[in-house]
Design a protein around this ligand. Structure first.
Ligand code: CA
Length: 232
């Protein structure tokens, strides 16, 4: 049975979420402050976290940041303000999904199920290691996230900050097609002036470093008219 941790200070909402998730056969724990939620997440093993943004003691941004330092489990962030969603994305905290209150409990259950099955698939495929999130390894490519170093067949390649961020983001979301606009929003500061051609230039530079043959890429595939996809 999958274990879900709900971190939510509004007890009515927490109770409702708990009831619906339990009806779907999940085991559910609830914490009402950010700090107690973080401690619970660090001391017990959960399969997914539903994390409210505005919380006493420690906000959801900080909880997400700290959980991500040691865990890869899916995190669904919940906020009362639509504007916060952009902020969450912009901060690149590693949340897997975002929901704006009010939402229907059945929508939450559907998203929890979708993220759990995606996570299990990635763990099964060896893309994600449950116990450590320092390294992403896909075939001959190894990304050391802690040291921010990239190796291809054991040989180190030098990456700029944005090239590293872009490659890591794609590699951690394999098989998902992202448009250039989405990648630009994800990797570059939302306030920064730039255009999506920046994404094309960076993809080209990354490919020069990791692909054997740019016309037949092993890793980053161009989906014509749409964007890019990291192949598993
Ligand atoms: Ca709240």
């Amino acid at each position: 049975m999958s274990k879900i941790l709900i971190i939510e200070d509004e007890t009515d909402i927490a109770d409702l979420e708990k009831d619906y998730l339990e009806l779907s056969d999940f085991e559910v724990a609830v914490c009402n402050t950010g700090l107690s939620g973080l401690q619970k997440a660090q001391s017990e093993s959960f399969d997914l976290i539903v994390l409210d943004l505005m919380l006493p003691e420690m906000d959801g941004f900080e909880v997400c940041r700290q959980v991500r330092q040691t865990q890869n489990i899916p995190i669904i962030m919940v906020s009362a303000k639509k504007d916060d969603i952009d902020k969450i994305r912009g901060l690149g905290l590693g949340a897997d999904d975002y929901m704006t209150k009010p939402f229907s409990p059945s929508e939450l259950v559907a998203r929890v199920k979708a993220h759990l099955s995606r996570y299990e698939r990635l763990v099964g495929a060896g893309v994600i290691n449950k116990s450590e999130n320092d390294t992403v390894e896909i075939r001959g490519l190894r990304i050391d996230k802690t040291a921010r170093r990239v190796f291809i067949e054991g040989e180190e390649k030098i990456f700029t900050t944005k090239e590293f961020d872009l490659l890591t983001f794609l590699a951690e979301n394999p098989n998902h097609v992202f448009t250039k606009e989405e990648l630009f929003r994800e990797i570059w500061d939302m306030e920064s002036i730039g255009d999506i051609a920046t994404v094309t230039v960076h993809i080209k530079k990354i490919r020069e470093k990791i692909e054997k043959d740019n016309s037949k890429p092993d890793y980053i595939e161009t989906i014509w008219g749409v964007g890019y996809r990291f192949k598993v």
